[in-house]
Ligand binder design. Sequence first.
Ligand code: NAG
Ligand code: NAG
Ligand code: NAG
Length: 419
Amino acid sequence: MRLSVLLGILIVCTLLLATVTEGCGPGRGHGKRRPPKKLTPLAYKQFSPNVAEKTLGASGRHEGKITRNSERFKELTPNYNPDIIFKDEENTAADRLMTQRCKDKLNSLAISVMNMWPGVKLRVTEGWDEDGHHSEDSLHYEGRAVDITTSDRDRIKYAMLARLAVEAGFDWVYYESKAHVHCSVKSEHSVAAKTGGCFPGRSLVTLEDGSRKEVQDLQPGNRILASSESNASGELVYSEFITFLDRQPEARKQFYVLGTATGANLTLTAAHLVFATQGNCSAGSAVTRTMYASDVRPGQCVLTAGPGAGTDQGPQVRLSPVVWVRVQVDTGAYAPLTQHGSLVVNGVLASCYAAMDQPQIAHWAFEPLRLMYGWTGWSGSPQGGGLHWYPWVLHRIGTLLLDPGHFHPWGVATHDPER
Ligand SMILES: *[C@@H]1O[C@H](CO)[C@@H](O)[C@H](O)[C@H]1NC(C)=O
Ligand SMILES: *[C@@H]1O[C@H](CO)[C@@H](O)[C@H](O)[C@H]1NC(C)=O
Ligand SMILES: *[C@@H]1O[C@H](CO)[C@@H](O)[C@H](O)[C@H]1NC(C)=O
């Protein structure tokens, strides 16, 4: 047996034993039930975790203001939760706009507030700020921070409110003033980058008989259209689906949608890898390289699978220009692994891998799993769920073998200048 295979088996076994909870969905405590614990109110001026807000251990660095005219405005989503009171002193509903992660944490906090103090609701006094009321690099400008109180404005409650916010999963909570608690979250990008890459459950793969199947319905043994090389340099083949490296039917996540000139739209998370030309393909560029979904721009070409020219030819790969890129929130997050490390999704060729820009290394790392599956049919997949250690595997192996420049730039620890 080749040394690399032995080494790989060792790594995979180690990883199988390790408990890793972050998948491609919102992390923290996923799938684990903690015993009830006594809640300690925060002290006045205390923050949790006990590091500065814009560091990696908390909400991460600021990524620049979002205005109504900016491209990133589409990353904000309104929160119409009837269990939350929005002060909206600006009368623009701006306080309701926030990132998906901020919204998830706030909604979860709204429930704990009602449970803790029946009849009392969570109240938001400041959300997204478009008027420049905060300090220059405030996370309020990015829809990642909220200032909160309770609906009865009983200041005695705020210390405990801050604790509830910590428990609700905010990445940084500060009992900032006697009049409010400040909470913030990491950016969607940094969360996506840390948690690997996925497709929404309703994405379609192509079976050998030409029919299509939703990613969420894939079964081990299904053979789906893919590329014979994990770096997309090969021919189209039908590759056996092995397992979901991650599978979260209920997760709501932010996805990038790449619309191509052929009408095929590929939807995937920011750190997922696709194959695209380096520059605009109208300018003659035909060589594709592996890149993150979030780096693809209109004008670049991706590889699509269309009908073959001759009658007895199967689907053929061709270059198709991307005509638009959007960000949208969708439900269900799936990371299928095939024997060949790639797959055609919604007619577009994509990698099975994410988070680092070297699919061959990821492919090598999963070779033992593929071999094991080939020999025994065992794919390491627990009943009914994904494996969840995938992002962690990639990150570990990547940090052993690669320099930090090979990682998705958002939110990878070794790549952050604040460290
Ligand atoms: C892709 O991988 C194959 C086999 O590992 C290699 O021969 C080929 O040069 C690679 N192509 C690119 C564009 O990296
Ligand atoms: C791709 O998206 C566009 C715009 O949303 C839509 O009109 C088109 O029908 C989509 N294509 C497919 C194959 O779903
Ligand atoms: C690439 O193409 C896009 C859309 O066709 C265009 O907006 C952009 O300016 C082009 N970029 C370059 C460098 O030619």
